[in-house]
Design a protein around this ligand. Structure first.
Ligand code: RP5
Length: 161
């Protein structure tokens, strides 16, 4: 059963959002993926936000670009933690519109906003949230971070043998 729900406003967001899918697959966290648009399928968005926790989803990752209302609107209706991914999309002026639309939420309705096109970190953060209450997942995160360290040490040694 999926524990992380990955949604995005358009199929055009998928090349960016694929990084979240890939890292969750790598960390062996069950996830589901769907296109849910705040502006084009508002009823589906409300249904998703209302029902995700009842279906066993524990964290939602929502990506959108331009007037990026999907993460905030889902956060407005869901009790789950929502991670927002600002996408530099075709309708985005320079990316700042996507960032600020997701980042500047009013008090009481948080969205954990990652960097522009930062879907990989959204996936890792979702895994860390799951891992905070699941020892097996936590051990995978520890191993993941250890691998990051090993890679940097190897790069350093290559430059300074
Ligand atoms: C947003 O508009 C979507 O999330 C996407 O980032 C952007 C452009 O959508 P398309 O016109 O490519 O479908 O709602």
């Amino acid at each position: 059963m999926a524990e992380v729900g990955i949604i995005m406003g358009s199929e055009s967001d998928l090349p960016v959002m694929q990084a979240a899918i890939d890292v969750l697959t790598e960390l062996n966290i069950a996830h589901e993926v769907d296109i849910v648009s705040a502006h084009r399928t508002p009823e589906k968005m409300m249904d998703y936000g209302k029902n995700a926790h009842g279906r066993g989803i524990k964290v939602i990752i929502a990506g959108a670009g331009g007037a990026a209302h999907l993460p905030g609107m889902v956060a407005s209706i869901s009790p789950l933690p929502v991670i927002g991914v600002p996408v530099k999309s075709s309708n985005s002026i320079d990316g700042w519109d996507s960032v600020l639309s997701i980042l500047q939420m009013p008090g009481g309705v948080p969205v954990a906003t990652v960097a522009l096109n930062g879907a990989k970190n959204a996936g890792i953060l979702a895994a860390q949230i799951i891992g905070s209450a699941n020892g097996e997942v936590l051990a995978r995160i520890v191993a993941y971070k250890e691998a990051l360290k090993t890679k940097i040490i190897a790069s350093s040694k290559k430059l300074n043998p």
